[in-house]
Ligand binder design. Sequence first.
Ligand code: GCB
Length: 600
Amino acid sequence: MLKPQPTATRELVSLDGIWNFALGSHDDKIDIACTQPLSPELQVPVPASYNDIFVDPKIRDHVGWVYYQRAVRVPRGWHGEKYFIRVDAATHHGRVFVNSNFVTEHSGGYTPFEADITHLVAAGEEFCLTIAVSNVLTMDTIPPGRVETLANGKRKQQYQHDFYNYAGLARSVWLYCVPQVYIRDVTVVTDLADTSGTTGIVEYQVITSETLPHARIRVSLFDEEGHIVAQSSGPQNRLQVESAHLWQPGAAYLYQLQIELLHDDSCDKVLDIYTIPTGIRSIKVSGMQFLLNGTPFYFTGFGKHEDSAIRGKGYDPAYMVHDFQLMKWLGANSFRTSHYPYAEEVLEYADRHGIVVIDETAAVGLNLAIVAGIHGTKAPPTFSPETINDKTQDAHKQALKELIARDKNHPCVVLWMIANEPASGEEGAIKYFEPLVKLTRELDPSRPICFANMAFNPVNRDLISDMFDVLCLNRYFGWYKHTGDLDMAEEALHDELSGWQRKFDKPIIITEYGADSLAGLHAVMDVPWSEEYQSRMLEMCHRVHDRVEAVIGEHVWNFADFQTTSQIFRVDGNKKGVFTRDRKPKAAARVLRERWNKAY
Ligand code: GCB
């Protein structure tokens, strides 16, 4: 799915800003009256989660639909064009209305959707745009959850993941136009032709709104100086670039792949034009190595969250750039979009600056043993008709399709993570995951795939790891296990990682390791929650990572402290950040800076 882009043939209007806002009723019904003009009594910024904007628990804890509304004018110059409303994210369900006419709906809170509204409003006209957004999670959604009705009649959203269920329009909304005949989609796959790594291959496939003769699709690859280095025609082809500048971690080089649809009687007349920033690089998993451009790559960095005070999961370019600067300061070369696809702007920035990304779906919480473990209750089976079932699997398939459709052309994305900490030791896991693995490989045969395994499913219990290319392990030795005893933790971590290496001979990335720490709490001894303990725990893990050959990467959990749902074992959120929520470094930052700034 192409991100809207202003080009010589396309225009784009941002609908970000202040919108009118209203709370829906306390059920799952859409209130059609809310698509009539709303009072401006409550107003919210877009993009932002709405939960922490107000100081009203009724809004923060609301379960169900809310309504966003604003007036929009279609530019008068768009006569004869096709125009679309595009919502970058509505968490978790969105319904779009144009002057009370229902236009489209979408489930999945972290991927975009759009609708053609050309037939509903004329160029030059103003209309009332309403977007209804529901935050409800059920066993049919990704991520899954359950709405509980309390004794006092209040509805409460339950879910199995650690981060707060922020909701709303957390990313941009756009009105954009394309010509009548237009480029609908483009897929770009790159590789290196030889082991010496000098000849780059760029394969492309273009889908147009109507079938065109070959000669009317022209594709040109420009280098960073603006020179054409390869050219071709037709909807699919393979370009070869001699002495290619490679997209390298920490040293990105971006070519521009320009696609033009030409008029039938003149090559000088361009009907539509779209450009894809293209990094030429190869990815290969070989034995216990992860090869980027033929060279073994060691991942250093973080599992992150889109999370900040007040705006919740709202996209904020200032936070984004600052986070990248902090990662660079530490010597991090990569991060994981835990636990959902991030705003596309984040991937564009990573492309431009050579930061490697593990891209994750929102399939988190597919494990009923974790919550049961916390509360000391007996866990129901995770995979059953009443719990994670065929409908969840359908939603998961859709989430994979949308993730890959959106992110497939980003050179920074080197690995698809299809789930975080599912119940991979339960019987139903094989039947649940087999079709998802197959689908992911069909959708993108060019990238390896993984899932994040959790401690309850060690090597002798996990049933699905053989389906994946890279083993990703989330491990908290020294925190959830052997708390405060780093000697025991070190031995146990080493034993466990060695076991995985022996059984699979595949590369291992430690996709989570870390400890909570309260900024400002200091201790001489190994006192959990102190900044020193967090540092010493990371150092302990690093000693082990360096001793296990298969370990090809480490992502600390988490980059920054983040908000969680109210729980007794969280103190105003999860404090495993190496930075506080407002991005002040804790002592652990120094440990990482020292380690990661030496070359890997
Ligand atoms: C995990 C989860 C992550 C949690 C983290 C923690 O294993 O993947 O979402 O936030 O543990 O801090 O408990």
